[in-house]
Ligand binder design. Structure first.
Ligand SMILES: Cc1cc2nc3c(=O)[nH]c(=O)nc-3n(C[C@H](O)[C@H](O)[C@H](O)COP(=O)(O)O)c2cc1C
Length: 399
């Protein structure tokens, strides 16, 4: 067994106590302005005390039309939020734990009912989940404005004392949408070839470098999704090489878009009862329709396989193509697998999301040998009910 997992490690100059990272997890704990609350600070303190090697925050939106339709997303679109975030970074640093902010624009995966604005996307293609409205195709000026807003957000993240920033290029949000030929059908310099689709991200790196120098900018990248013309691993490898050239500090490898269903965060069975009660799509349906829909949803929405270590193969391929650190997320729930990934697969760090929801001190339990496996049952109620309530573990029971 390798014990490198629990030795200090460096990620683009960020010092970690171990190689197990809390992956970005939407917490739904912002106030009405999108500023972090005391509840969010307490959660990060629990994670830091519980031994996480580093914490990646839930996604924070860089501008108003990129805000998620999930409950109470944090915003990083305003200088007034900097002192509020500074309180969070100071508190977490007391426990010698680095904290990285994930920033995002949700693109067409949001609703005007939440943002008050029409969703935007590389192309006017309807999303199969958020299908009540067609997104507006972004103009050249709007794309430039989004690049500037990502850069302004990176500057704020640095000023607030975060140890680094992570761009969300995953799960179908705006930047992932640009990379996907399914969502991006543009014929101009922002679409078509991989280089054109990558241009918006390359520009963010270029303009950020001028403002923040060598400040660590990481990414979370989809290696594939379930769409016919969506992301494929071969293209993700080329994008990883471009990211390295752009000065990216590390790549966290993920998969899936919202319209794929639960492909990013997998489970044995579809949480149909939670979906029918808590998602905007189904919650207002008459009771008898919900009753008959439950078995139908479960029968038709097959859950993707495998359930465990489901991004490891693509992370290994990406790691072979780049010299920067690679982090793998997805279905990692026990210390034997973590030792194997770090010790035998040449992957630099592992990250977990759901195991930290049920046990914020999971790393300390692994380290002390109290427990070898997460208690998470992968029911995915946390992600579904996150549309209406702050983050917590439901352990397969409706609230
Ligand atoms: C409740 C919940 C919230 C999530 N929020 C985010 C997020 O804000 N940003 C992100 O990149 N991924 C997010 N994800 C995806 C996770 O970070 C992770 O990629 C996925 O759950 C697979 O890892 P796991 O098997 O360790 O849970 C979220 C997942 C869940 C279950």
């Amino acid at each position: 067994m390798s014990n490198a997992v629990f030795e200090p490690a460096s990620l683009a100059g960020i010092k970690l106590k171990n190689r197990i990272i809390r992956s970005a997890t939407h917490e739904g704990m912002a106030d009405e302005k999108g500023f972090p609350t005391e509840k969010l600070k307490k959660l990060y303190i629990r994670l830091a005390k519980g031994g996480a090697g580093a914490i990646i925050t839930g996604y924070a939106a860089v501008q108003a039309n990129g805000k998620s339709s999930l409950f109470a997303m944090t915003m990083i679109d305003n200088d007034d939020s900097i002192p509020e975030y500074r309180e969070i970074t100071n508190a977490v640093h007391e426990y010698d734990t680095p904290i990285i902010m994930q920033i995002a624009h949700c693109g067409r995966q949001t609703r005007s009912e939440t943002t008050g604005l029409q969703p935007v996307a590389p192309s006017a293609i309807r999303d199969m989940f958020y299908n009540e409205e067609i997104p507006k195709e972004l103009s050249e000026d709007e794309i430039n404005g989004i690049i500037d807003n990502f850069v302004a957000a990176i500057v704020r993240v640095k000023q607030a004392g975060f140890d680094g920033v992570q761009l969300n290029l995953a799960h179908g949000h705006l930047l992932a949408g640009f990379l996907s030929s399914h969502a991006n059908r543009r014929k101009d310099r922002w679409g078509g070839s991989t280089g054109n689709k990558y241009r918006i991200i390359g520009e963010i790196f270029k303009r950020a470098k001028k403002r923040v120098g060598d400040y660590p900018v990481l990414v979370k990248l989809n290696a594939h999704d379930g769409r016919k013309n969506g992301m494929k691993t071969e293209e993700a490898i080329r994008i990883a090489e471009m990211l390295e050239k752009s000065g990216c500090a590390a790549i966290e490898v993920s998969c899936g878009v919202v319209e794929d269903g639960l492909y990013t965060a997998r489970g044995k069975k579809l949480p149909a009862d939670a979906a029918l009660e808590y998602t905007f799509k189904y919650k207002n349906l008459p009771g008898f329709i919900k009753t008959i829909s439950k078995p139908v949803l479960r029968a038709f929405m097959k859950q993707p396989k495998p359930l465990l270590k489901f991004n490891l193969d693509s992370a290994v391929l990406i790691k072979k193509a780049v010299n920067i650190p690679v982090i793998v997320v997805g279905g990692i729930n026990n210390i034997d697998d973590i030792n194997f990934i770090i010790g035998n697969q040449n992957i630099d760090f592992v990250s977990m999301c759901r195991p930290f929801i049920i046990e914020p001190n999971i790393v300390s339990k692994f380290h002390k040998g109290i427990q070898t496996k997460s208690k998470c049952i992968m029911c995915n109620y946390c992600v579904i009910i996150g549309e209406e309530k702050p983050l917590r573990c439901y352990y397969g029971k409706l609230p």
